[in-house]
Design a protein around this ligand. Structure first.
Ligand SMILES: NC(=O)c1ccc[n+]([C@@H]2O[C@H](COP(=O)([O-])OP(=O)(O)OC[C@H]3O[C@@H](n4cnc5c(N)ncnc54)[C@H](O)[C@@H]3O)[C@@H](O)[C@H]2O)c1
Length: 338
């Protein structure tokens, strides 16, 4: 079996997990190279997992002729430039969300993808590969909830992770582009429509540091879609109980809820504190299987010479909507999304 030789870019909070998934959890993939700014992490991964190549310079890594593909998990503002360079070097690309932090960056990626129709380009909006979301999407497509007319999504990081979030603020692109973009993508995907009007609000309820970036620690938006469906999203960084990703779709004949009580597993604890369930503590725990399944889909697309459902244009739309919502939040006004 020919293995797809991959280079992992970024070994931070999420990149190290993707590297492990390439190395051990998708049999048709091989972790051939890693690239990051931290030499100690590169050395550790190379030594522990027997990875032949390590780089601190991305431009050097993509010249490695053994590579078939790269997985980008670098800071969001670098994605589009790295996508263009990798495709020009003849490499298939799987990139973390968001595609870019501005629409201009996204257009660069669009052009590069169009220039290389023979290469696979995929965006890692992992909810599209999470087994529960996949199941819900199938039910919607089969008409099991009738006509879906409302999307409600909550995406909250635990407050226990706030130090990392604050460190990451400068290159996150802001709350809408970094966090709410998951709900923007999921709403477009599950409602099968594009938002046309929105009003975003929010604030710095616990951490004034977000205001330095004209951002909020908790934000929300109400959207009206082209098919008249309603969308409500809430993104926050101060959940007291853990990592809370909750989605609801209301249709004319049924309601679907995913993770409405976020839970670590099926264990119920009955003790001196009452009756309770534990909550996943971060995205790694909640979306563990989705990260493997999205990687499997990317590798299968290369092997089977086909393209994934999610396109570079979805990436641009998600960034554009998130960017427009940021403007609505900052200017406190109802906006039209073109
Ligand atoms: N899908 C999800 O659930 C999810 C969750 C978290 C993060 N993300 C996305 O993943 C990306 C990375 O986030 P993170 O939290 O892991 O970030 P991080 O800051 O923890 O790690 C960034 C990594 O990129 C490396 N890097 C920085 N500049 C580089 C360069 N020029 N060349 C090569 N490597 C470079 C750093 O050395 C580091 O290893 C972001 O785009 C973020 O939006 C997605």
């Amino acid at each position: 079996m020919k293995k797809i030789k991959m280079g992992m870019v970024g070994l931070g909070r999420l990149g190290i997990q993707h590297a492990e998934n390439i190395a051990f959890r998708v049999p048709q993939a091989e972790l051939t190279a890693v690239c990051a700014l931290e030499e100690d992490k590169i050395n550790e991964v190379q030594e522990n997992w027997g990875v032949p190549y390590g780089y601190t310079e991305y431009d050097e890594m993509i010249q490695n002729e053994e590579l078939d593909a790269v997985f980008l998990c670098s800071p969001s503002s670098l994605h589009c430039d790295q996508i263009e360079k990798a495709l020009d070097a003849g490499l298939h690309v799987l990139s973390e969300k968001p595609l870019g932090t501005t629409v201009e960056e996204c257009k660069v990626a669009e052009k590069a993808v169009e220039k290389h129709p023979d290469l696979v380009f995929m965006l890692a909006f992992m909810r599209r590969y999470d087994p529960s979301y996949v199941y819900a999407k199938k039910m919607i497509d089969e008409g099991k909830v009738g006509k879906p007319f409302l999307y409600r999504g909550y995406s909250q990081d635990p407050e226990s992770a706030i130090d990392g979030t604050l460190e990451y603020l400068a290159h996150s692109g802001g709350e809408f582009i970094d966090m709410a973009v998951h709900d923007i993508d999921a709403a477009r995907w599950l409602l099968d429509s594009e938002p046309k009007q929105a009003w975003a609000i929010g604030g710095c309820y616990a951490y004034p540091q977000f205001a330095e970036y004209d951002d909020g620690d908790n934000v929300s938006a109400l959207m009206k879609f082209e098919n008249d469906a309603m969308g409500f999203l809430f993104a926050g960084r101060t959940a007291p109980h853990g990592y809370n990703v909750e989605t609801e779709i209301i249709g004319t004949e049924g309601i679907l809820r995913i993770g409405s009580v976020p839970q670590k597993n099926l264990v119920e604890i009955l003790d001196q504190d009452g009756v309770r369930k534990e909550c996943s503590q971060d995205f790694l725990e909640r979306f563990d299987q989705a990260y493997v399944d999205e990687l499997q889909e990317f590798v299968d697309c290369i092997i089977e010479d086909r393209k994934p459902d999610i396109t570079v244009y979805d990436g641009t739309k998600n960034t554009k909507i998130a960017y427009d919502l940021t403007g609505s939040f900052q200017e406190n006004k109802l906006i039209d999304i073109e």
